[in-house]
Write a protein that binds this ligand. Structure first.
Ligand code: UDP
Length: 358
């Protein structure tokens, strides 16, 4: 079985790391399975892309495109590669432009698509990610759902064939790559921080990262959370800050907020584990907060990861300063969540694909 995996954005590298490893292990055990990676170039900075390939031992991409965020351009560039490669399966992850471009190109050539992290819904149609997910799920022949809610979302849309609840490959990744306690301490010390005394923040969604008003309001809240804030800044957000003097002034007046470049995945997991609180608009980090036993305030009005909300690990706060501060200050009383699998989701997915194709 020949798989072409289409990836292009940071969260996809994390997911692909564990699935790619499962494919190689299966091949070592004698299974007829082989993967080639196509990188769309959606994320291209060293610490948003290459660092993940080297640190997480992801095989080098066989094709590396340069398509930015343009799905049409991506699809046009992917088509001839798939046409020449004629894989048995195209594998895509999550909800980015690369996901949809890979799925659409495969669909056009009648190559079956496997979608990992299928069935998630925010029910916010303004999010490009929501469109990408829904369209990819319509195309996919095999839909690997991280949660029972995702399975139910698909069922409500009339999709039940080829749907599997396999758990979350990001849980596999967190288990595989979280550094030990001593290494975690070293990492936070390098930022001058003490264990469980700081907040970790990320902001990257278009609706916030490119929105000066939302960023102003978030920074005002971060300045008042009453603890140091470490903020690995996404390139989109950095661009907005760099062209907006008022944001720079607000940050200068808030020395407790430490802006740093995006960090590698293992450092990120260490920061998440050692933080007292995570404040983010990221999808993946909301869950990683739970994996690392750290409460999370989400800078959005909805979440795809509803279990984290129900169990009290995560709280929605939008981007309003007062709402964020209220969410930060209210005590968290979280309950366990039994949803994301046992850390072997990637192997399960590859077993299923091998079984179907044999
Ligand atoms: N991440 C990272 N370094 C950073 C910020 C995030 O390694 O500086 C990781 C994070 O741990 C998670 C993934 O990137 O695994 C989440 O990606 P992002 O927030 O960009 O996307 P989303 O999950 O919202 O799709």
């Amino acid at each position: 079985m020949r798989i072409i995996t289409v990836i292009g954005a940071r969260p996809q590298f994390v997911k692909a790391a564990v699935v790619s490893r499962a494919i190689r292990q299966k091949a070592l055990l004698g299974a007829d399975i082989q993967e080639s990676i196509l990188h769309t170039g959606q994320h291209y900075d060293y610490n948003m892309s290459d660092l993940f390939f080297s640190q997480l031992d992801i095989p080098a991409p066989e094709w590396h495109l340069d398509c930015g965020n343009d799905t049409v351009k991506m699809k046009a560039a992917i088509l001839p590669i798939l046409r020449a490669g004629q894989p048995d399966i195209v594998l895509v992850y999550g909800d980015t432009y690369s996901t949809l471009a890979g799925a659409e190109a495969a669909h056009e050539l009648a190559i079956p698509v496997a979608h990992i992290e299928a069935g998630l819904r925010s029910f916010n149609d303004a999010m490009p990610e929501e469109y990408n997910r829904i369209a990819t799920d319509r195309i996919a022949s095999w839909l690997f759902c991280p949660t029972t809610t995702a399975v139910e979302n698909l069922r409500r849309e009339g999709i039940s064939r080829g749907v599997y609840h396999t758990g979350d490959v990001m849980y596999d990744a967190a288990l595989a790559f979280t550094p030990d306690e001593a290494a975690q301490r070293q990492i936070i010390l390098s930022y001058g921080l003490e264990p469980k005394t700081f907040a970790l923040t990320t902001v990257h969604r278009a609706s916030t990262a490119e929105n000066t008003e939302a960023l102003t309001s978030i920074i005002a809240a971060l300045a008042q959370v009453g603890m140091p804030v470490l903020w690995p800044v996404h390139p989109h957000t950095r661009k907005t800050i760099e062209r907006t003097r008022s944001l720079q002034q607000a940050l200068r007046k808030a020395p407790m907020i430490q802006l740093i470049e995006p960090v590698g995945y293992t450092a990120m997991l260490a920061l998440e584990r050692q933080a007292r609180l995570i404040i983010t608009d990221s999808g993946g980090i909301q869950k990683e907060a739970f994996f690392q036993h750290t409460p999370c305030v989400t800078l959005r009005d909805e979440s795809e990861w509803v279990e984290t909300l129900k169990a009290g690990w995560n709280r929605l706060a939008g981007t309003d300063t007062e709402r964020i501060l209220q969410a930060v200050r209210m005590p968290f009383e979280p309950q366990p969540i039994d949803e994301y699998g046992s850390g072997h989701s990637a192997e399960q997915i590859i077993d299923i694909l091998c079984h179907i194709k044999s």
